[in-house]
Design a protein around this ligand. Structure first.
Ligand code: CP
Ligand code: NVA
Length: 302
């Protein structure tokens, strides 16, 4: 694996190998064993959007693997004043060993990988959030034993990065994904055409989506960059909140997942969030373990 630009470009065996390696790394860390596969390296983290989990988990992960992280707020470097991403990539590619990028346009991550010629990780774009999905799959493996034969129900803004990355995961791994979203917030036709044949069902019926689900998943209704649409989004997406009533329709043992940050009583009922905090924050912790597996796979794939 040379880059992680999206779940779209991964194969089922690459996904499974990353999750299985994350299981091992997590167990080793709990025993106090930490490797140094990235010893002496410096990885740049170029972030155009806010972050808590992604930033901290990558900085900690890099440190634990022996590397140094160089956090670059896009507004503090010339990129923020209009220097092209391909020039930024050609400079950094000569100085650092890898790049972790959070931005708006997926093409920027693709261009960075092409021009930088160093391992490049998509740390969230408007198109995909692959690091989050790999941590989610790790959590599903830990909590449910795996994703085979499982039904994942995604509620809310199905056309955001999370909905799209979930759709690619379902296509590659073959589990059932039901996206419950209002028509205006379902993945668009161009995306569905690119996705092609996949076990993904789109519906506006939240009860149908919840029925027999093993994972009830949600994300903010107002993704970063969509703030101007907040009022309209909160109004249209209101019926798509995850609440106790929907959990009752799910399979016994079903888990509630949220990639975070969570907005209580918007996309998830506040009391349900607290009741399920253990499994939701386990998911957040798994960002660290999954991303260490990604970093090692990219270092080995150079
Ligand atoms: N889930 C996630 O990516 O969180 P941050 O935006 O805090 O990094
Ligand atoms: N869809 C959200 C995910 C946040 C982790 C966003 O892009 O803001």
């Amino acid at each position: 694996m040379k880059h992680l630009l999206g779940i779209e470009a991964l194969t089922a065996s690459e996904i499974t190998a990353l999750v299985e390696h994350a299981v091992v790394l997590k167990a080793e860390r709990s025993r106090g064993t930490i490797g140094d596969e990235l010893k002496g390296e410096t990885w740049a983290m170029i972030f155009t959007k806010s972050s808590t989990r992604t930033r901290v988990s990558f900085e900690v992960g890099l440190t634990e693997l022996g590397a140094r992280s160089l956090f670059l707020n896009a507004n503090d470097i010339q990129l923020g004043r209009g220097e092209p991403i391909k020039d930024t990539a050609r400079v950094l590619g000569r100085m650092v060993h890898g790049a972790i990028i959070r931005t708006f346009d997926q093409q920027d991550v693709v261009d960075f990988a092409e021009y930088g010629q160093i391992p490049t990780i998509n740390a969230l774009t408007d198109e995909e959030h692959p690091c989050q999905i790999l941590a989610d799959l790790l959590t599903i493996r830990e909590r449910l034993g795996g994703w085979e034969e499982k039904k994942v129900a995604f509620f809310g803004d199905g056309d955001c990065n999370m909905g799209r990355s979930w759709a690619w995961a379902a296509k590659h791994l073959g589990f059932e994904l039901v996206i419950a979203a209002p028509a205006a917030f379902q993945p668009d036709a161009a995306f569905l055409e690119r996705l092609g044949e996949a076990p993904v069902i789109l519906t506006e019926d939240v009860e149908f989506a919840a029925h027999g689900a093993d994972v009830l998943y949600t994300d903010t209704w107002v993704s970063m960059g969509r703030e101007a649409e907040s009022e309209e989004r909160l109004r249209i997406l209101k019926p798509f909140q995850i609440h106790e009533g929907l959990v009752k329709l799910a399979n016994p043992g079903a888990i509630v997942q949220h990639c975070l940050p969570a907005y209580r009583d918007k996309e998830i009922c506040g009391s349900l969030f607290e009741e399920r905090a253990e499994e939701i924050f386990q998911q957040a912790e798994n960002r660290l373990h999954a991303q260490k597996a990604i970093l090692i796979a990219l270092a080995r794939g150079r």
